[in-house]
Design a protein around this ligand. Structure first.
Ligand code: HEC
Length: 199
């Protein structure tokens, strides 16, 4: 009996999904830009869905220069592909997400508590493309807390820091080899970079 009810509910659920998708063409397209009401509703729902103990959690990591430096490495390697080194979200993919990636330096993000930022990094944001980075390793948790400090630092990022990050961004093997060749060349080593071949 119970099985039949469940099956019935399942069929209804599928019909609802199919008809919504059919009635609202483009309902699942990421191409449109979300209207302002949807953004505020989603942000409010996210706020409510963040357990209070996380919202109020204090950053256990001290914002030392070393911690910020590690976070810079980490951000350049894991986050910048989508968020850009400066946190602006101006990457190839950034504006193509639904919703488009927000500037991490902007008010709505900076107004979040440390705990809320940690929660986002640790648990991700469903339906957006923001991955959940937490994997139960307490060491990694501390790295995420370091990243929270780094997000606070983003508005004051210097051009030297951005230049360092560019070298830490994920690269293809070819691009890395080219970069290393160029470095050796610039360091004055007796080495001709492959870039210059053919002259
Ligand atoms: C695959 C792309 C991708 C990667 C990689 C990624 N993010 Fe995100 N991130 C997103 C998307 C998409 C959102 C959602 C934007 C929104 O909801 O406004 C987001 C949202 C966020 C937010 C919340 C901003 C807001 O709108 O409230 C924070 C904070 C954040 N990411 C930090 C990070 C950090 C730190 C890393 C690296 C450990 C990272 N992200 C890696 C795609 C990514």
């Amino acid at each position: 009996m119970k099985k039949k009810i469940l099956l019935g509910l399942g069929v209804i659920a599928v019909l609802v999904v199919v008809s919504v998708a059919w009635i609202l063409p483009g309902a699942f397209s990421a191409k449109r830009k979300p209207p302002a009401w949807e953004i505020s509703m989603a942000r409010f729902a996210r706020y409510l869905a963040t357990p209070r103990q996380w919202r109020e959690a204090e950053n256990p990591v001290e914002a030392t220069p070393e911690a910020l430096d590690e976070a810079l490495h980490h951000f350049a390697d894991h986050c910048a592909t989508c968020h850009a080194n400066d946190g602006s979200g101006h990457t190839q993919m950034g504006p193509k997400f639904y919703p488009p990636i927000l500037d991490l330096r902007a008010e709505p993000v900076q107004a979040m508590s440390d705990g809320e930022l940690f929660y986002v990094i640790h648990f991700g944001i469903r339906f957006t493309g923001m991955p959940a980075w937490g994997d139960g390793d307490p060491e990694k948790d501390l790295e995420s807390w370091q990243l929270v400090h780094f997000i606070r630092h983003l508005p004051d990022l210097t051009s030297e820091e951005i230049a360092r990050m560019k070298r830490l961004n994920p690269m293809t093997t070819e691009a890395r080899a080219e970069q290393e060749a160029l470095d050796r060349f610039l360091a004055g080593e007796d080495f001709e970079p492959s870039l210059k071949h053919g002259h």
